[in-house]
Design a protein around this ligand. Structure first.
Ligand code: C5P
Ligand code: MG
Length: 212
């Protein structure tokens, strides 16, 4: 079987807008693979012997954005790994377990976060993947803050779920990420979801976008 060409849905929104929660619902129902740029960076940060550990850790604490070469290569590697597994056991296992089959669909969560992310992605990935749309979870700053602080208190273990880091993350979001969402919107590629209601209510809107 020829290797699958990855099909990508970008997932963006402020911190605490429910990107991760909704992505795991989509994975369960529609067989997407969820790649969170933040999770991949945290994994790389903790990997033994990683030359980028300190750099990533500083960016995460400060809510600033890691240079795209690092993030894009982590995303690229993860996509290649999943697509090559289709010929192996993963797709077969999914079939037998009744899980939805993986057909090369990826949710790329938390990317592209700024101009540098977007330019680096275009340079490295154009022609290698098919971009489908951008899922935009929109919610006001107060909800964003409240959810992340709660997540921190509930023991997320994240170095950036505290008030000081969150303020910085929100500045980055409004200054650097929103313009990227607006750019995709100008291309007619943004599907906006009101992310303020409960997770279940939000998902009932989200799933409609994946049904056909
Ligand atoms: O998406 P998440 O909230 O998990 O991201 C946590 C942090 O990871 C961000 O605040 C940022 O420091 C870093 N990150 C990044 N580039 C991305 C995604 C996340 O530098 N594309
Ligand atoms: Mg997340």
């Amino acid at each position: 079987m020829a290797a699958l060409k990855p099909k990508v849905v970008f997932v963006l929104g402020p911190p605490g807008s429910g990107k991760g929660t909704q992505c795991s619902n989509i994975v369960k129902e529609f067989g997407y693979v969820h790649l969170s740029a933040g999770d991949l960076l945290r994994e790389e940060m903790s990997a033994e012997g990683s030359e980028y550990g300190q750099l990533i850790s500083n960016h995460i604490k400060n809510g600033t954005i890691v240079p795209v070469e690092i993030t894009c290569s982590l995303l690229d590697k993860a996509m290649v790994k999943h697509c090559s597994q289709v010929n192996g056991t993963v797709a077969g296992d999914a079939l037998n377990s009744g899980k939805p089959k993986f057909e090369g669909n990826f949710l790329i969560d938390g990317f592209p976060r700024n101009e540098n992310n977007l330019e680096g992605w275009k340079k490295a990935m154009i022609g290698k993947v098919e971009e489908r749309f951008m899922l935009f979870f929109d919610c006001p700053q107060e909800i964003s803050l409240e959810r992340c602080l709660k997540r921190g208190q509930a023991g997320s273990g994240r170095s950036d779920d505290n008030e000081e880091s969150l303020k910085k993350r929100l500045v980055t979001y409004y200054n650097d990420t929103l313009p990227i969402i607006k750019y995709y919107d100008s291309l007619g590629l943004v599907r906006r979801i009101n992310a303020s209601p409960s997770a279940d209510e939000v998902y009932s809107e989200v799933r409609k976008l994946f049904l056909n």
